[in-house]
Each structure stands twice: as C-alpha cells, then as structure tokens.
Design a protein around this ligand. Sequence first.
Ligand code: SAH
Length: 258
Amino acid sequence: MRKKAAGKVYIVGAGPGDPELITVKAMRRIQLADLIMYDRLASEELLRYARDGAELLYCGKAPGAHAMPQQLINEALVRYALEGKTVVRLKGGDPFVFGRGGEEALELAAWGIEYEIIPGITSAIGAAAAAGIPVTHREYAASFACVTGSRCHGEKSPIRWDLLAHGVDTLAIYMGVSQLPAIREELLKHGKAASTPVALIERGTTAKQRTITGTLADIHTLAVTMKLSNPALIIIGEVVRIREQLMQAEQQAIALIG
Ligand code: SAH
C-alpha cells in the first residue's frame, strides 16, 4: 500500500563543479522534481533548471559545520517520498564516491521506497582532466585509487598507506587538504619517493580552478603558500608530469604558429 502511494527519490550526481558536466539523465530528473535536496558541492546554477514551484532544500555540510545531520537527511528523504513527492537528492560529483549515497539508498530500501541512483563525474576524474592530468597513462600509470584523506589518524578502518604507497600508481585523495602533512608523512614513511610528482587542484572544473604542482617533498609548503582551500584534490603520481608536457607542447606549438 505504502509503496504505491509513495513518490520516488533520485540520488543524483551533479558532476564535479562545472554545471555543464552533469548527465542528461540527471538534468531531466532535476526538471521534473517536486523537491530538490542539494549539497554544498552541487553547483547552485543547476537549481535554475528546477520547474516552477519546486521546493529547494539546502542540506550542505561546510567542513566542520554540519548544516543538516545525515540522519535528518535520511528521515527527510523518507518523509517527502511517503508524501508522494518526486525528490532529487543532488550531490557533488558521484553520489557513491564519498557521497554517502549508499546510506541514503539503504534507508530508502528499508522503507520500501522506490529510488534510482544516477551517477555523476566524480571530482577526481573531472578535476584531473581539467588540469591536463590523465589518471592512467600507458607509460606512467596502470591503476588509480580514490582515497579519503580525512581518516588519516584512523579510527575504525585506517587507510592502508603502506599498500597504497606501492600498490597503486595514481592516488586521488579527497578531503585531504587539512591532512596534507600527515598524508605526505605516511607515504614517505612507507617508501614513496620524495620526488613523486603531486598536483593540488582547487575548485576543479570551475571558473575558479587553481592548480599547483610540486613533489611529495615540497607540496605541503606550496599548499600553505598558495593558501589552498576546500574543495581541493590531491593527485599523486607520475601522471602529473603529463600536465607539464602538455603545457610545454602547447607553448612550442604557439611559438611555431606565431
Ligand atoms: N561525491 C563527491 C566527493 C565528496 S567528498 C565526488 O564524487 O566528487 C568532498 C571532497 O571532494 C572535497 O573535500 C574535495 O576533496 C573533493 N571535491 C569535490 N569537488 C571538488 C572540486 N570541484 N575540485 C576539487 N576537489 C573537489
């Protein structure tokens, strides 16, 4: 009975920042939603595509300040769906990559509420591409990993920096800005070369994107100098060299043509 009367929840990836990097499917769901519950990292520009009369509810979590605890978000999703609403839960990047989309899906499933997950371009892929860094490359990297930096001094399941230092070619570290010195220390301690190239990409894919490159040896001082702030990604690995090569090649081409 309840299932028939209930609405539907779309757990939607908004993409990495540039509002144009959303999928067609996600955009269509935004256009038909009765209610959009959106996060801080989902581009607000996308809300312009909501239909007239749609409700917009901010659920963003600024670092350290929880605007709306996850439990309340889960409850709200259930409540609005039971009222018969079509709800879009709009999240930055991909909802299942450090997006807590799994927790929300589990809650909806437990209530028998219909839901659909619509993937998005995760920020590591988006920001790396926008910075000219391929996360894999024939000569440099056959594997990459998405890692959270926020669990560096780790409670339950600490990050296996020992394995990551050797077992994966490219590391894309989310939520790592405030932990950069600790991450660097872990990787060096486990034998990652201090000369390993590193890129820091702030507000990737947006008009405000800033990228700096260095090595594991100096990146934390560069981050302080540049006053790196959130959201930012740390890309560690030989692939970062491709960015320099692309920039050099472009400059040579311009010099040739000019
Ligand atoms: N679900 C999101 C990740 C959420 S965790 C995704 O798939 O991208 C939040 C972290 O994502 C931030 O701390 C930052 O490390 C990263 N991030 C999100 N948007 C970003 C952007 N535009 N540029 C750089 N990093 C970003």
